[in-house]
Design a binder for this molecule. Structure first.
Ligand SMILES: [Zn+2]
Length: 92
């Protein structure tokens, strides 16, 4: 078992968390026509980076979204911040 840091609740069991998305990956505008390839790319293409990564997670107990930074090789958690606090960074 690993402990993940919720910015609102502190360290909690990893089973209380759910991976949500990559920061900066936005849903395509579906009000206009979108190709099947673009939609599939949105759904299935991931960066899958090696090393230091930033990911959006939800703590299912408090239902808050936040950005967790971790090392994808060692699985060590490097920190977490509220999604509200990092919203400007994610849009970059
Ligand atoms: Zn929480």
């Amino acid at each position: 078992m690993q402990l993940f840091p919720c910015p609102f609740c502190g360290l909690r069991n990893e089973r209380e968390f759910h991976y949500m998305a990559e920061p900066g990956k936005f849903r395509p505008d579906t009000s206009s026509q979108i190709s099947a390839e673009d939609w599939a790319a949105y759904l299935y293409d991931t960066r899958n980076e090696k090393g230091r990564v930033r990911e959006i997670w939800m703590h299912q107990t408090c239902r808050e979204l936040f950005v967790m930074e971790r090392d994808s090789v060692t699985m060590n958690v490097l920190g977490s911040t509220s999604l509200r606090a990092s919203a400007g960074e994610a849009a970059e």
